[in-house]
Design a protein around this ligand. Sequence first.
Ligand code: HEC
Length: 158
Amino acid sequence: MRDKSCVDCHMPVAVPPHAPQAAGAAGGPGRPRHRHTFLGSHDAAFVASALRIEITPTGADSVANVGVGHALPLATVKTLIITMSALNDSGNTLDSRRIEIGHKDPISPGDAWTGQAPVPDGTAELRVAITYPFADFQPASQHMTIATRSQKIRLARK
Ligand code: HEC
């Protein structure tokens, strides 16, 4: 990860028809051309591709920063929201827990946040959903879920 530059992640290499730089071009011949889009947290798929969500059958959940080259979140106005839910057989939410990760206590590259989901009696499925509002002042009704992962579980009867 450390060997990647800002440009590698944020300005992906252009796919053909752009040819590599010609001989004599600035930066030298054969250098790949990068797109000038700056991929960022406005692009849900870009952020989702940088996170790895894991759920264990006992509800130990983790969200790892596997592809953000720096702290997540980076900006002071941003908060990553993790919602862990327990669902019953019919898909109804029995209980949920919401965690906010701000820039003061971010997830460093290669690190993971871990937490315990509620697992009440009757839980058939555990779900982790992540929303990443563009800023703290964005109304909750406009928050978009950027990644979810769920897992069916079968609890041993006591
Ligand atoms: C390994 C890939 C990677 C590298 C290297 C990387 N970034 Fe990022 N960056 C990301 C991802 C993924 C996001 C989206 C998640 C987020 O907002 O934190 C992001 C988000 C950002 C944002 C938006 C933050 C926001 O809150 O909207 C900025 C600005 C940024 N990066 C700047 C940089 C700069 C400058 C460098 C070089 C010093 C850099 N990045 C290196 C992957 C990378």
